[in-house]
Unconditional design. Sequence first.
Length: 255
Amino acid sequence: MCYLRDEISLSADGLVKTRNTRKRLHRSLRHEIREKFDEEQAFLDIEAQLSGTAVKEESEDSPLEDTMHPLQLHLVQSLLSYPVSNSLEDEWHRGDTGTAAVVQYCDVLEGGPLRGRPKQKAPESASPTGPIAQPKDLQQTRSDIDSCKVPAPVRGKPLRAIRECLETAKQPEACFQCFASEGLPDKARFQMFHDPGCVTRHFDAIHLKEEPLKCKWCEVGLLHRMAFQRHSSDVHRVRSRWRCPNPMQGLQKQE
């Protein structure tokens, strides 16, 4: 009985010490945050929210890219984006971007963080003229991280890289309709998807509902959705999964 009483007393003392340590660390952290925060930082935060840019974007994006799946990072950035104007069209576009990001993320198998250590920056003192020998374990780590990323266009040559993919790939992982839309921003035009299935879902959710139906790559107008589906499959190798509930009704509506 005495032994049990001693055990309970030790357990209670440990709980009190843990609670006190947690409170002390919390007070220390709160004091540190208050010292670093000032009116100038508050003004910068407000300006960043109004302009649609994240505060300290470079320092925050770097660890996220090392620990999150590329499509998961794109999903978070799309859903948590700030309104940048009072235009209704811009809000529609922001909503469509978030919807497309959710559709792309549907096939991603969630799991742990990316394999390997975070990417390391080269030292500033290194000479940029000659090649730098890297350890084999670092090269293997970087290759493992790169294999998990969404295929991206060649840096500095996105136009040629995406065009070659759309023209020669058996199942392109880019959208021909977005690429041919010169009015879109480069980030949307040169977007590389996780796999051809993501391209199909993007095409069905966005471009198959556009009016009027027109292939911007071929500059060809289509009468109805089924014609656009056939054209995208035969010419651009994108197989749409959308099915018309009543094909005759769709044809009569177009007539």
